[in-house]
Design a protein around this ligand. Structure first.
Ligand code: AQP
Length: 329
């Protein structure tokens, strides 16, 4: 069986963009692949975090994975820092990746632009840690949103270079970026992606844990345009984004949706979108609350054990290739 690996950071709150761009596809793919879903807490600490919140958010994200439909009997769910091989392989790959490659990463450049002097070395090295995450599991496919495309390309380059210089060690993974939903935009600013770390745009971000009132308020205030027609049209990003969300939440076709809203105004679309979204979030929020704490600990423990066994094999292989095993005898 081919493998998939993906992860999300336990920072901020999981939003509809994370779900529609990534988590939804993990659920859809998990039975067709041997699946590994990681809570990437080592990535989370690349920006300063309150340690108590890191621990709490890690467990909350694990609950969210389960509540949206990740089945721990089918998929391996685990916390990144529970498998030390992630950090160890990162070091080995640091010696293969090039500074010039990392300097080209747009996410890194954006963070430097915003925070200048305050960017950690971890932010710079983030894509190498991500490469280690993926390569440790001999991953074939990585379901992610579009913002991770460049990091995936770097992962492939690192794997190809390592295999060439130190012998066949890693499967070279392919990205799985959905045709629709790979880049859900902020409701407050359709030029920006929906993002949990963008403090200014909380209003543009529907969180999976938002209550009904927050969902209604955010859709009501969503930016639109001066047009009137409700149509899928990429040249009208605000309305296109709202319709894309509606399409993904209802599974109605674009033609059906356009027919449904023919002659209606933006207010009707926003109201219907809020209703659909609230109905979608309700069972997820109920499941999050109903997951037993001990059961969650058990799932994460078993997940870490399963992940560790595979990760260690790959790590040893990579160390052997580099001449790091066998020097004592
Ligand atoms: N707006 C989005 N539309 C579609 N997919 C998205 N993803 C993130 N934002 C969108 C995908 O969600 C997965 C998990 O993301 P992450 O936790 O690694 O965080 P991120 O990619 O850095 O994006 P966030 O959640 O909004 O956080 P920040 O604040 O860092 O920008 C990934 O597969 C991602 O592609």
């Amino acid at each position: 069986m081919k493998r998939i690996f993906s992860g999300a950071q336990p920072t901020g709150n999981v939003h509809l963009g994370n779900y529609l761009g990534a988590l939804r596809n993990w659920v859809a793919l998990q039975r067709d692949y041997e699946s590994f879903f990681c809570i990437v807490n080592l990535h989370a600490i690349t920006a300063p975090q309150d340690p108590k919140m890191v621990a709490a958010k890690t467990r909350e994200l694990a609950r969210i994975y389960l509540a949206v439909g990740i089945d721990p009997n089918v998929s391996t769910v685990f916390v990144q820092s529970d498998v030390p091989a992630h950090a160890e392989l990162t070091w080995l790959l640091n010696c293969v990746a090039r500074v010039s490659e990392l300097e080209r990463m747009t996410q890194y450049k954006d963070k430097v632009r915003k925070h200048e002097e305050n960017v950690s070395v971890g932010v710079f090295d983030y894509p190498v840690l991500m490469a280690a995450d993926i390569l440790l599991y001999q991953t074939d496919l990585v379901p992610v949103g579009e913002d991770q495309k460049q990091h995936l390309e770097l992962t492939r380059d690192i794997a190809i270079r390592f295999n060439r210089d130190y012998g066949q060690t890693f499967v070279v993974p392919d990205p799985f970026i959905p045709k629709v939903g790979a880049r859900i935009m902020s409701l407050a600013d359709p030029a920006k992606k929906m993002s949990k770390s963008d403090e200014e745009s909380e209003a543009g971000c529907i969180m999976l844990l938002d209550n009904d009132e927050a969902v209604r308020r955010k859709f009501k205030r969503a930016v639109t345009d001066s047009g009137t027609e409700i149509k899928f049209d990429e040249s009208r990003p605000a309305i296109n984004n709202l319709l894309t969300i509606y399409h993904l939440l209802t599974n109605k076709t674009p033609a059906e949706i356009e027919e449904q809203f023919k002659g209606k105004g933006y207010a009707a679309l926003k109201q219907e979108l809020a209703d659909v979204c609230i109905e979608f979030l309700k069972p997820i929020q109920e499941r999050i609350r109903s997951i037993d704490d001990d059961k969650l600990s058990q799932i994460l423990e078993q997940g870490a054990e399963r992940a560790e066994a595979i990760a260690q094999l790959t790590l040893n292989h990579a160390k052997k290739g580099l001449g790091l095993i066998g020097a004592r005898s």
